[in-house]
Write a protein that binds this ligand. Structure first.
Ligand SMILES: [Zn+2]
Length: 437
């Protein structure tokens, strides 16, 4: 039990101190500390404010203030919309069943949005609270949502999941204050993934062209142009790797997957084997069968990418094969292939050395490599002074030796094309790597 008077006094002191806050009066180190401490206090205050507000409206505080809707009263206190206030009150109510989350919230360890995500999942999947709370404390809201999505998807039988996804598709549009046409929508993964893959590929192409002409804009701006092209059926052609399915070979033959056998869309979660088979009739699909071949062995020296390596890179890390994300910041769009150990430093084009990095992280990494002297002309760095921890050079068979401590070879995944695919499914060009160091 806290001291009521002390809490109110402390809040008064804090408010007075913050009123004249001027960051330039503090050293950079102090500002770092302040940013960290205030983030915790802010989360704790928001939590206490919400719980106090929930108790106040439960005791009719809003009616005494002449407001009929409790959410309206809470929205006025917090300066939010009524919808946000309604969601917050629902979170406050559900926190009663999630005591550990409530404690973490009041300790400033998680935010209200993170707590809301946790309580939503726990309502469907009791028993997941501790794991989700750990994810929330360690990462941001995006990582928590990814974690929650993975757990939710794994818990719903795959045919029921697909039915729910199809039933949840939507599209709506409106105009904003600038007169822009805005929209939002949701597509089931089997139509949504190829759609966004085409937009991304077209946006990257438009951006490259714009950069050559010295007129590059934000990636989002080029992506908007790409969206128009794709929906017009213009120059943005369907590609061979718009949709990649990972399916266990035995599950494929049997017609349904057993526990532990993957059958999912890369970047989109599990699907029924039956749907995988239906989708594979499309000319632009590639089915990757999980048949126990060591995927790590795919390696080439130089910049050349084999079709196998491209597929392996699209699949993302084993054994989940859930698609690619920037290894530095976790972003899953505007990605490029980066040689961790640069080609100029004899780094091989192999699964262990080629990493997905977003445009920004790739640029920063190139600057670091240049500073470390790894981008000198070929031959200059070809000998003993290899960077500590860099992969060993390819051995006589052209295969990389695994680093000490590197993950064991993937249990999975060579791949075979199924259906009337387009050749080996390699994208026509090599856009991302061409820019790489
Ligand atoms: Zn990044």
């Amino acid at each position: 039990m806290g001291d009521r008077r002390l809490l109110l006094e402390t809040i008064g002191v804090l408010r007075r101190e913050l009123k004249g806050f001027e960051p330039s009066c503090y050293s950079p180190a102090d500002c770092t500390r302040l940013a960290e401490e205030l983030a915790r206090v802010e989360k704790a205050c928001a939590a206490a404010r919400l719980l106090a507000g929930a108790r106040a409206v439960a005791c009719d505080a809003h009616r005494k203030a002449g407001v009929a809707d409790p959410a309206h009263w809470v929205a006025r206190q917090a300066g939010t919309t009524r919808r946000q206030a309604r969601d917050a009150l629902a979170t406050a109510a559900s926190l009663e069943g999630c005591r550990a989350t409530r404690d973490a919230l009041l300790a400033g360890e998680v935010s209200i949005l993170q707590a809301a995500e946790i309580t939503k999942v726990v309502a469907e999947l009791p028993g997941e609270e501790a794991a989700l709370l750990e994810a929330a404390k360690a990462g941001d809201l995006t990582t928590l949502r990814d974690e929650a999505r993975g757990r939710r998807l794994a818990s719903i039988p795959v045919t029921a999941l697909h039915r729910r996804q199809v039933a949840s598709r939507r599209f709506r549009h409106w105009k904003d204050g600038l007169g822009m046409v805005c929209f939002d929508g949701a597509l089931p993964p089997e139509t949504g993934i190829p759609f966004v893959t085409r937009i991304e590929r077209e946006a990257a192409r438009l951006r490259r062209t714009a950069m050559q002409g010295g007129a590059a804009e934000r990636f989002e701006a080029h992506a908007a142009d790409a969206l128009v092209l794709v929906s017009d059926g213009g120059s943005a052609a369907k590609g061979a790797t718009d949709l990649v399915i990972v399916c266990d070979l035995f599950a494929w033959r049997r017609g349904h997957a057993h526990e532990g056998e993957p059958c999912h869309l890369v970047g989109g979660g599990p699907i029924p084997v039956e749907l995988a088979k239906q989708l594979s009739k499309d000319a632009f699909l590639k089915v990757v069968l999980h048949d126990g071949v060591d995927i790590q062995k795919i390696c080439h020296v130089g910049r050349k990418y084999t079709a196998e390596l491209r597929t392996a890179l699209e699949l993302g890390p084993a054994p989940s094969f859930t698609g690619r994300a920037c290894i530095d910041c976790g972003r899953s769009w505007n990605l490029q292939n980066d040689h961790d150990d640069p080609v100029a430093h004899t780094g091989p084009t192999s699964l262990s050395n080629v990493k997905p990095r977003c445009y920004d992280c790739h640029r920063e990494k190139t600057v670091r490599d240049r500073k470390a002297g790894l981008l000198r002309a070929k031959g200059a760095a070809r000998d003993p002074g290899r960077r500590a921890g860099a992969p060993a050079p390819a051995n006589a068979r052209g295969l990389p030796e695994r680093r000490a401590g590197a993950p064991a070879p993937a249990n999975a995944a060579s791949h075979k094309e199924v259906g009337p695919g387009r050749g080996n499914g390699a994208p026509g060009k090599d856009p991302p790597t061409a820019a790489g160091p």
